[in-house]
Design a protein around this ligand. Structure first.
Ligand code: SF4
Ligand code: SF4
Length: 332
């Protein structure tokens, strides 16, 4: 509740409480269905691989300048593969922690995660592991299971699995995945997202409605059996009834996403392009959707308070802007 009130205060002053930065355009992987390298991720005129990005002190200074301007409570460092810039992160991540902010590093663990990251306060390291070894290795080579297991040693990671249609073909697959990663001593917790397509996308990864129902039912049961699966019931329920548009998505409304040139805003959410909200399986959207659906004593929905506060905050920040200075787009 304390976090909600702090975030609410930020929103009322016209800031988005969460910031997501693609700190590099580079990635040694070529995962099928990767949204970051989709043609329309940045709106269609340029792709992530084509934007100018930064390195060294220039990158450190520019990222921290954005953090100081946006004043988020939570910063996600994504890519590309963020660990391509691990030397810069050795300065950026402690600097974010020193500002009292929470941070999340989202990586494939294709290279070793510097051990000192394990002791940075409020930093969560999230490793994308999409299924059991045969399916994961086929999709995410060279970030194979063998490499991941070596590179996470000494950390307490969040395992993040994006469920694709390939993973729901066999009964018990998700439970085997949870058994394997729950038994790993370097796993602190496990999150499960569902593949989110773009509008009109045709891909083998897309879950059919019946697949989604089965995954939701399985997660509802498995969360009791595997304590490391940190997914409350209210969050899982959101997968059965995703937002119908970005306007209904608390996550999209409260998160500023910036690409590797450190200028372009990725809209309407981190997926960019035209994501099919009606098939959304993003855990961040579901988690905030669950918060938004919560009713306070008296019956008022938390989401309704956020929506009203966003309007107040936008108006407030626009009034504070010096005339003629355009503010970053507060909404997609
Ligand atoms: S590791 Fe991430 S950014 Fe790189 S190709 Fe795979 S999904 Fe895309
Ligand atoms: S995160 Fe929000 S805006 Fe993005 S696809 Fe999901 S519901 Fe839509």
């Amino acid at each position: 509740m304390e976090g909600i009130i702090t975030a609410w205060g930020r929103i009322l002053r016209g800031y988005r409480p969460a910031l997501s930065i693609e700190i590099t355009r580079e990635c040694p992987l070529r995962c099928p269905g990767c949204y970051a390298y989709g043609d329309d991720h940045l709106g269609g005129d340029v792709t992530l691989r084509q934007v100018t990005d930064y390195k060294g002190q220039d990158l450190i200074d520019r990222v921290l300048a954005i953090v100081d301007e946006e004043k988020p409570l939570h910063v996600s460092i994504v890519g590309g593969e963020p660990l391509v810039r691990y030397r810069e992160l050795q300065q950026i991540l402690p600097a974010i922690a020193a500002r009292g902010m929470y941070a999340q590093l989202v990586t494939s663990a294709v290279r070793p995660i510097p051990l000192e990251f394990a002791s940075i306060p409020r930093l969560q390291t999230v490793v994308s592991i999409d299924g059991l070894q045969p399916e994961h290795d086929a999709r995410r080579k060279p970030a194979t299971y063998d490499r991941i297991l070596k590179h996470i040693a000494g950390h307490q990671i969040t395992v993040h699995c994006t469920v694709t249609r390939q993973q729901v073909q066999r009964e018990g697959y998700l439970e085997e995945f949870l058994q394997f990663w729950s038994a790993n001593r370097d796993t602190r917790q496990i999150w499960v997202s569902l593949y989110t397509p773009q509008v009109g996308e045709v891909a083998d990864e897309i879950l059919l409605p019946a697949d989604r129902e089965r995954v939701v039912a399985a997660l509802m049961t498995l969360r009791h059996k595997y304590p490391k699966l940190k997914m409350p019931e209210g969050l899982i329920k959101q997968y059965a009834k995703p937002p119908q548009s970005p306007d209904e998505c608390v996550f999209a409304q409260t998160t500023q996403c910036i690409s590797a040139d450190l200028e372009r805003r990725i809209t309407p959410c981190q997926f960019g392009g035209t994501p099919d909200c009606t098939q959304c399986g993003c855990i961040a959207s579901a988690a905030l959707g669950a918060v938004g659906a919560h009713r306070l004593p008296g019956g008022l929905r938390v989401g309704a308070i956020f929506e009203g506060s966003l309007k107040v905050g936008r108006a407030w920040r626009a009034r504070r802007a010096p005339s003629g200075v355009e503010q970053p787009s507060p909404a997609a």
